[in-house]
Design a binder for this molecule. Sequence first.
Ligand code: AFP
Length: 311
Amino acid sequence: MGEGINDYTKNIVDLRRHMWMAGVEEELRRLIWQIAVVGKYISAKIHEANRKLAGFKNIYGEDQLSLDRAADEIMKNQLQYSGFVREYASEELREIVKTGSGRGKYIVAADPLDGSSLVETNLAIGTIIGIHKEAILDKGRNTMAAALYITYGPLITMIYSAGKGAHEFVLNREGEYVLAQENIVMKEKGSIFSPGGLRRDWLPGHQKFVEHLEKEGYKLRYSGGFVPDINQVLIKRGGLFTYPALLKSPRGKLRLLFELQPMAFIMEQAGGMATDGKDDILSLKVENINHCSPVYIGSRAEVELAKQFLV
Ligand code: AFP
């Protein structure tokens, strides 16, 4: 199967068929499929969303649009009856909650709607999911079985990896996720970068790194949405997204459990890299569900180069 959408008359490869052909174990296939269906429900919510703040505050004290809560409710309800999930952790909840019978094989960590401050601007936003076999706190790399993200943009696309490469699907008119690109492989280096944070808050090493990229002619690409910004690096097969340590927040802004681990899992599966500027994201132990970390993620050349500026 080459690049681009398959010919519908000859060879539809939808998400379920792709996972089966890739040898993904059955319970994980069915869980990924259930979550992909939630993406359709969340997308429907985005289209009908009111634009007033709901007046709710999430556990980080941030105002949140009613859409964040709605997306979390939809995800939680679906996973409650999944049969394969024993615990659910969400960026919108204060703690990890037991779900279903409590005996499901997997634990799901979700950012049900990342980038909600962009909803009213009609820019792309996304859902980020990490699927874990074991306890999600105090562990690093060995807990993840799969990861996926859904981008709600002009098209609804989903990238998933169950440890056998990273693959892109497009939601078609019939409501099927159809294979668009399989086995996405990053080039050694790219030509775009997302700098993260405010220049005045950068530490010297990050400042020098960004200036080096600019001197090398890298183009700045930054929407304020982690999902579309990462998706651009992945689909362009190169470049770098970073949200660095800042003067006032040395651990940066992005959450290890909900945002960074899933994207690092997918990027590594595509032959890219993800670090906190020094160590692999997937080797970091998650201290608590609020644990934030600086992140440098994308093609190998840029992530490795960042390390030299950040020593
Ligand atoms: P919201 O979910 O509050 O819109 O934040 C989005 C986000 O967590 C992530 O998606 C972006 O990469 C990052 O924040 C952008 O942060 P800045 O607004 O500080 O650039």
